[in-house]
Design a protein around this ligand. Structure first.
Ligand SMILES: [Zn+2]
Length: 131
């Protein structure tokens, strides 16, 4: 049985991160669609599963590989956004972020120091802000 499966998969693409993402999406949607009594909505998770299996058994490995790379790039951007969001909100507690009025360079100023004169590290322009 395993030998048969192995032979079936020769020259085929198989599972990747995008495949896993699609199958999980399909499973989650399957649960969500239980609450809808709509035939068309119910078909969406099956449609996603079909795409998923089509990719696994596809012989066009290059194309599937590129799809996965694109997916990974999106995923990185998405996760990166949330990571940035966390560090940004942590920074907001202790720092003000001001943009230099001349060159728009972002400058981080510690909070609670009253009115201070800020010198832009990039263009040396000076401006006063409340910290
Ligand atoms: Zn500047």
């Amino acid at each position: 049985m395993q030998e048969k499966l192995r032979r079936l998969m020769i020259g085929r693409y198989g599972m990747d991160q995008l495949g896993k993402f699609l199958s999980w999406t399909a499973i989650i949607l399957l649960f969500i669609t239980l609450f809808f009594r709509n035939r068309i909505i119910e078909l969406i998770p099956f449609f996603i599963l079909i795409i998923c299996y089509f990719r696994i058994f596809s012989r066009n490995i290059n194309k599937r590989y590129n799809e996965n790379q694109k997916y990974l790039a999106y995923q990185n951007r998405f996760l990166g956004y949330f990571k940035n969001f966390r560090t940004r909100s942590m920074q907001n507690k202790n720092y003000h972020i001001y943009a230099c009025p001349t060159c728009k360079q972002k400058i981080r100023i510690p909070k609670g120091k009253g009115k201070i004169c800020i010198t832009c590290p990039k263009c040396k322009a000076e401006f006063v802000r409340k910290s």
